[in-house]
Design a protein around this ligand. Structure first.
Ligand code: 8YV
Length: 320
């Protein structure tokens, strides 16, 4: 009889059924539930070849370093900026992730935030609940349809946002490290030029050092007092203090944010503002999408164990 492969699960997964499904198929040890995780790693780290984690939890170097026999990491999510690339490459470990299956829901939430920010929907909900309606009208807002939509990061999610935009009669332009071949949309050679062109700037670029704080005070000034920012990518792409400052001083009109520099702690200055809509990193958080992501986490792990190749592998891992 074959014993179930041993798996180190870094923490609870973003779909609770997945915790149970992993525990059924594998001999799972959850690191965050150990009385002393550091000591557990020191004593048992060498027993693990497989790790399961999520994009949000990531995998820090000190954990990778404590797993001398690590072969494969199956990560729940499309972002891999929180997985320590250098430590994993040094270890020669491969990494599976879940691209593609969340594009629709992330693009849907980008539009939800876009519509909410431009129309003041969340603010209007507070207005009604507080009983303000009987004292006067809610202020008129900005039209969303027909506007210029700038997309920073024209990958799978960015192009799904662009498809949504056509239904709103929007003009779309984008900035990306390089122009996307065959894209029907106008390429802007810099983020600054994109921000200057756009009425609404949506961020769908990958996180990590390469994009850190690219949306800064200068980019926000270019977006301008009538402009809106939507971020469904990573908080690190935006200088959050500069954004709070721009919102406070009306150098941009409004924003919709699903991601923050230090989750789960949005900058306190943002909490006091009515011209920003805040969501707690929920873009992929639907039953349908989280189920599809969980299936791919399981599939990647099983494929790696049986064939040595996951179904979907992060680019720098596949390039090894
Ligand atoms: C998830 C995400 O919420 O896919 C990503 O990169 O950030 C989100 O889809 C996250 O993986 C949950 O931990």
């Amino acid at each position: 009889t074959l014993s179930r492969p041993r798996v180190l699960q870094y923490g609870k997964m973003p779909l609770s059924q997945l915790d149970a499904e992993l525990a059924q198929a594998y001999d799972v040890h959850i690191l965050s539930q150990q009385a002393d995780p550091q000591r557990f790693l020191a004593e048992h780290g060498a027993q693990f070849e497989y790790v399961v984690t999520s994009a949000a939890m990531g995998l820090p170097a000190h954990v990778v370093d404590a797993l001398p026999n690590l072969k494969f990491v199956s990560s729940f999510g499309v972002g891999f900026d929180a997985l320590d690339k250098d430590a994993l490459l040094h270890r020669g470990a491969r990494v599976g992730y879940t691209p593609g299956v969340l594009d629709d829901c992330v693009a849907d939430l980008a539009f939800a935030l876009l519509l909410d920010a431009t129309r003041g929907l969340s603010e209007s909900d507070r207005f009604v609940r507080r009983g303000n309606w009987s004292q006067g009208r809610f202020g008129i807002r900005t039209r969303a349809s027909g506007k210029r939509l700038g997309i920073f990061g024209m990958g799978r999610i960015g192009s799904t946002v662009a498809r949504r935009a056509s239904g709103f009669d929007m003009e779309v332009a984008y900035h990306n490290r390089r122009p996307v071949e065959g894209s029907p949309h106008q390429y802007q050679p810099s983020l600054l030029e994109l921000a200057g062109w756009a009425d609404i700037l949506v961020i769908t670029a990958a996180g990590g050092e390469g994009t850190r704080h690219l949306v800064n005070a200068e980019v926000l000034a270019a977006l301008g007092p009538q402009g809106f920012l939507v971020n469904v990518a990573r908080g690190s792409v935006v200088d959050e203090a500069a954004l709070a400052d721009a919102l406070t001083n009306h150098r941009i009109a409004g924003a919709g944010l699903d991601v923050f520099e230090d989750e789960p702690r949005p900058l306190p200055a943002l909490l006091a503002l009515d011209n920003v809509v805040l969501a707690p990193h929920i873009a992929s958080g639907t039953h349908e999408t989280r189920r599809a992501m969980a299936d791919l986490v399981l599939h990647n792990l099983q494929q790696y164990i049986t064939t040595g190749r996951p179904a979907a592998e992060v680019p720098w891992s596949a390039a090894q």
